[in-house]
Design a binder for this molecule. Sequence first.
Ligand code: UD1
Length: 342
Amino acid sequence: MSKILVTGGTGYIGSHTVVELFNAGYTPVIVDNLSNSNIQILDQIEKIIGIKPEFHEFDLCDESKTKAFILNNPDISGIIHFAASKAVGESVADPLKYYYNNFFSLINLLNGYRETPINFVFSSSCTVYGEPDTLPVTEFAPVKKATSPYGNTKQIAEEILQETASAYGNYNIIALRYFNPVGAHATALLGELPNGVPQNLLPFITQTAIGKREKLTVFGNDYDTPDGSCIRDYIHVVDLAKAHVAAIKLLEKGNPNGNYDVFNIGTGQGNSVIEAITAFEKASGQKLNYEFGPRRDGDVIKVYGDVTKSAKELNWKAELGIDEMMASSWKWEKYLKENPIG
Ligand code: UD1
């Protein structure tokens, strides 16, 4: 079966995608520099799929190593490119790290395939829409000026990919714009492993419930939303992983829309922070210690995706709801307590 390179394959979304690729009959090959992930994730993947995936540890910003890898692996037919720095706050403090890591790796990978047809799936984000003018936001909505260097790397990367696809003809590219990935594998053997104090909502909720953090602060309760807290489109990481398999399949079949395309990957449903907390309390049977605090700089008030295009053209739609997202996140946090990783 086709070999698919998964860059960042030991990370949160990458590791779940490795499992789903394998389940769909593909042979995933991982490249990761382990800068924000743990080598033990390979063992966790093996516990689920029964084999340890092929793994190469190097930094894709290293041009000669990337070139050598590509030359030595001519049977790779597709790439899913996750490897990137992704912390919004850190990107504001250290923008050059973000521009360096996220662009050099992308350009080295693309350059390695100047002579060969390649299918390429890119990890993009709904952050490209900023605060959308209409909801649910469709793929045709304008891209708004990024509010962080991290967001800017996603916008510019989409432009690089679009121009590359149109200039050379041998690249078949899909950018997936994820909404808010949460949840964990049903076995609780894989999930999100935040580095230090979590910045994202779900790991902060589960770490508070397990006693690692004292309390969650809800950033703002005076927004123009039904309960005053922000609204997001939370998407289960296993559904998100399956969207990547669907994208590879569409590229293999030939995308009638041409050699560059973008898709929203969400559920199409918006949930507020308070609704997320309530769903967590219901799924876990735990009362969560939280308080309201000031708004967080740069937060979008409301965003959720129109997923009609993904359903029709990618033949993919989310199957798991907020209850499963919360239950699996909680099961993972409890697993980590008994079986620490890293
Ligand atoms: C953030 C990034 C987004 C990135 C995504 C990656 C910003 C502005 N956006 O999305 O670009 O693609 O992470 O996962 O940083 N919240 C709390 N308390 C907390 C943490 C979060 O109330 O301790 C709220 C936030 O205000 C927000 C919601 O929870 O309303 C989700 O926040 P988060 O998980 O950080 O994701 P985003 O901000 O949507």
